[in-house]
Design a protein around this ligand. Structure first.
Ligand code: F6R
Length: 608
């Protein structure tokens, strides 16, 4: 995961690039670099480490003068972080500099071809191969060289390219990686994410795969790989720059946890019309009446939303729902036809497996509905129908507010389908809807009472292993609680359906181990408590997560307790997720973890 940005205009490029990279640093921070054309040559400054190191090394950008430049912040997943692997990469003769987000899969044969023609390489990265290939095809016209080179590239990439002969132009091109271009007053931009440029302009165009943008001081033109000019529409972004700041909090994750009540309110409000969950502008009532099954495809936390949605949709709307990890969907021979609705869930709208799963579903004839946070993203654009979550930019690597807004949308969907198909009593419909509208207020109550969760986190931050157990929606929520904990605190943790633990895995439960029993669902609380007793018998400490009204019953078994307000069972996960997010956050805080960033996964592989 990397961030890229570019600027060409009347101002010095380097300060704009450094500011843009700061906004993108959440996408990667193990190295960063800029390349700026000073009118005669390209000056590159890059370094291992955080952006602050690059700032210092480049003397706040002064070491790279000029008005056209590109920048990159890197989070290595394949090549080890090092000065030499940092971007921008430059062709052997210094003529072409590029930044790249993605992986060029066929870099090896291309490199061999270039070496056979006498090219010498400095790094082992796929990106340097792209820089050399573009230079190889350069014949005085940078657009033609990029177009010629990308016809040979396979894999995923968003590239920004500058050329020493052309002190005005950046060429951007993408395939299966996000890229936008933006129109400013003093110049124009490209970036992997609108957040990099939104302090300068809110007018953007979203690039499609295989489109090439020529970004110059005076305007932006678009071409096909065969250089036919194409027109693209401009859009206005409604995110403001404040949304990407930490707002006085120490971490984006904490800020985003606190933003959840407003995010959920913003998300559901447009779809509650005349006292009903109304999605008729997205899916007609007639269509809903005729569907025979639903698939939900997603990855990570978004797939955990899918698991809760399955329980809720099946409960309220009595239609079969299958949740399939997006990375598995294409390979599991899904039984999908024109009567199948396939719902993909994604915060970023760019997760490759989810996009591929959605495309496969379309190919098989299903109607596809995407629940997406980022407008104009690839998943949103390629779905038949879209419901946007209104979480605003989610910067922290561990999702919180996007998860909550996705969950709220799935409740709207469950209600809408249940109403269309006549599977829900009016009184229950009204209760669920009223409780959905109350979610933001109930979330605020939990957030106001976070001191207890912080205290409990302090008691446990040194633990090495933990289990989350629960049944039904509580099991689905355990999946998310466990992922949050391991993702940011690096504590080993597993989520288990409470009744399943005894079939082998319970042998891992040892003295003093923390087991979090999610027991919010009244109908199954006794059963979950009996499983809690099983782990207690093996010496575990059990922390219960339950509702106000079940608190007395649950505390008879558990050693510690966290409570949430009572609500309709369908909405319990929407509230119960908040203590789990806070618990993971505080544990990571006490352990001194780098909360907003993923751990460095780069080890020994040298291909980027
Ligand atoms: C976990 C997390 C990930 C994402 C997953 C899917 O905190 O954020 O598990 O949920 O990578 O990402 P999106 O929703 O962008 O498709």
């Amino acid at each position: 995961m990397c961030g890229i940005v570019g600027y060409t205009g009347t101002k010095q490029a380097a300060p704009i690039l450094l500011e843009g990279l700061e906004r993108l640093e959440y996408r990667g921070y193990d190295s960063a670099g800029i390349a700026v054309n000073d009118g005669e040559k390209i000056n590159v400054v890059k370094s291992l480490g955080r952006l602050a190191v690059l700032r210092e090394k480049s003397d706040d950008g002064k070491a790279a003068p000029g008005c056209v430049g590109i920048g990159h912040t890197r989070w290595a997943t394949h090549g080890k972080p090092s000065d030499i692997n940092s971007h921008p990469h430059v062709s052997e003769n210094g003529r072409i500099a590029i930044v790249h987000n993605g992986i060029i899969e066929n870099y090896a044969p291309l490199k061999e071809m270039l070496i056979n023609r006498g090219r010498v390489f400095k790094s082992e990265t796929d990106t340097e191969v792209a820089a050399q290939l573009i230079d190889f095809y350069y014949n005085g016209n940078i657009l033609e060289a990029v177009a010629r080179a990308v016809r040979e590239l396979e894999g995923s990439y968003a590239l920004g390219v500058i050329c020493s002969d052309d002190p005005n132009t950046i060429v951007g091109v993408k395939s299966h990686a996000p890229l936008i271009v933006a129109y400013g007053e003093d110049g124009n931009y490209f970036a992997s994410d609108v957040m990099a440029v939104v302090s300068h302009t809110k007018t953007v165009s979203y690039m499609e795969d295989d489109e090439i943008a020529v970004v110059s001081q005076s305007g932006i033109k678009f071409y096909t790989p065969f250089l036919d000019e194409i027109k693209k529409e401009k859009c206005t972004v409604d995110w403001d720059i404040g949304a990407a700041d930490k707002g006085g909090y120490e971490h984006y994750m904490f800020k985003e946890i606190m933003e959840q009540p407003d995010a959920v309110k913003r998300t559901i409000e447009p779809h509650i019309i005349n006292g009903k969950a109304d999605l008729s502008d997205v899916l007609s009532r007639d269509y809903i009446k005729n569907i025979s099954r639903i698939f939900i495809v997603a990855c990570g936390s978004s797939s955990h939303v899918g698991v809760i949605a399955k329980y809720n949709i099946e409960k309220l709307a009595r239609i079969p729902v299958e949740v399939v990890l997006a990375s598995e969907f294409r390979y599991c021979h899904p039984i999908v036809d024109a009567d199948t609705l396939v719902i993909s869930i994604s915060q970023s709208g760019e997760t490759a497996d989810t996009l591929e799963a959605q495309n496969e579903a379309k190919h098989l004839g299903a109607v596809t509905l995407a629940i997406v946070n980022v407008e104009g993203s690839s998943i949103a654009k390629s779905a038949d129908k879209v419901i946007y979550t209104k979480a605003g930019p989610e910067i922290a690597v561990a999702t919180t507010k996007a998860y909550s807004t996705q969950l709220a949308v799935t409740v709207l969907i469950a209600l809408y389908i249940a109403d269309c198909r006549g599977t829900i009593e009016k009184s229950e419909y009204n209760t669920v809807l009223t409780e959905l509208i109350s979610v933001p207020d109930n979330m605020r109550k939990i957030l106001d009472d976070k001191a207890n969760i912080q205290y409990l986190a302090y008691q446990h931050f040194n633990m090495e292993d933990s289990f989350f157990i629960g049944r039904n929606i509580d099991y689905a929520l355990s999946l998310e609680g466990s992922l949050k904990l391991k993702e940011i605190s690096y504590i080993h943790s597993e989520a288990y359906a409470a009744g399943e633990l005894k079939h082998g895995t319970i042998s891992l439960v040892v003295d003093e181990m923390l087991v979090i029993a999610v027991a919010t669902y009244g109908k199954l609380v006794e059963k979950t408590l009996s499983n809690a007793l099983e782990v207690k018998a093996r010496g575990a400490n059990v922390m219960g997560l339950t509702t106000e009204s079940l608190k007395d019953k649950v505390s008879t078994v558990t050693d510690e307790i966290i409570t949430i307000p009572d609500t309709h069972e369908v909405l319990l996960p929407s509230l119960a997720v908040i203590p789990l997010q806070l618990f993971a956050y505080y544990i990571a805080l006490y352990r001194g973890c780098d909360i907003d960033k993923p751990r460095n996964l780069a080890k020994s592989v040298t291909v980027e």
